[in-house]
Design a protein around this ligand. Sequence first.
Ligand code: SR1
Ligand code: MG
Length: 403
Amino acid sequence: MVLFSTYFLMDTEEIKAYAQKNISFMKNAQNLEATEIGDGNLNYVFRVKDLDSKKSVIVKQAGHSARISEDIKLSTDRIRIETRALQLSYERTPHLVPKIYLFDEVMSCCAMEDLGEFTIMRAALMKQQIFPNFAEHISTYMAENLLPTSDVVMEHKEKKNLVGSFINPELCEISEDLVFTEPYFNQNNRNEILIENAQFVQEQLYDNEQLKLEVAKLKYLFLTKTQSLLHGDLHTGSIFVTEKETKVIDPEFAFYGPIGYDIGNVIANLTFAWINGLFTNSIEFTQWIEDTIQKTVDLFQLKFKDVWKREARELFATNSEDFMNHYLQDIINDTAGMAGLEINRRIVGLAKVIDITGLKNDERVKAEKLCILIANRLIIERNQFKTGNDFVRILQEYKEDFK
Ligand code: SR1
Ligand code: MG
């Protein structure tokens, strides 16, 4: 009998035994089925289903290296971070994240609610599906979860303790390398660039000293700005959707960083869907994306101010509307810059997105150039961004040239 008292990487048979032992509603199950359904880069994800009661659970286990590469060695502490981050989000926004059932430090796994009827948003966007409530949901998720973990709301010593418990050096290092450094230096020789765009990338990224100065400033924000507890990897592969609901998953990259990093990731990944829609002539879809980008930024700002007015405790924050506006404007500027960085890294770095790689080669060549042009403007002009419309305008400016 397997005791699960020392760590090992579980297979589907062992996962069934694990669920039977540890999940209360599976204790007497005789007819369990387990499938490995993970498609991420790092972990193993199993769905365990009781074929009699029809109840199911998701068990996520971390290995000692990344799933995509044995060379990327990672602490299994990422599962503790993910579990805790989901639990904190569940306290504030239970309708927007899955419920955690258990965390097992020995086996480096957690068990959570099965979101069986949901689809990964990136896959749905590739089919040009529209989610009318997405901006409403994601802006609530961000406003309700980001500001309350900042110094604006939290007692400063408590906040520092929380910063400490979310120190996530290895996963941050992945982002520091893949998002902030390799796209501009290729120092690890891991960038993957279409031959047709090699010269363009050389000029626009590697040799672009004006851009690299701005990227350096943003990298140092990521390294040092312990503003709020972030999701840390809020792309459309970390979001589950149905027509009516949205659930944010996978906060294993959670750490204390600049709020604009999360919002920027959302905007960047919506931009990839927009570009896919542009090249596949999906007019209704691209219009919905434009509308969603605008609403996400504008609704975030409205909801952020509501949370601030309701929950701010720090004295300057409760006494000065000017300070609130300054703080929010700074977030929007970071958002633009971070969106640009996420776009560039998904084009030249090793972790790409199907929205762009799934295009026909000649379209992909053009789409990648378009991405880099948009990204560089987001980075360089970030301090001019104020409203959702500013993010949409930049897309519209390129629309005609690239159709
Ligand atoms: C080695 S992990 C590559 C990427 O996958 C994750 O989802 C993060 O975005 C990371 O940068
Ligand atoms: Mg992930």
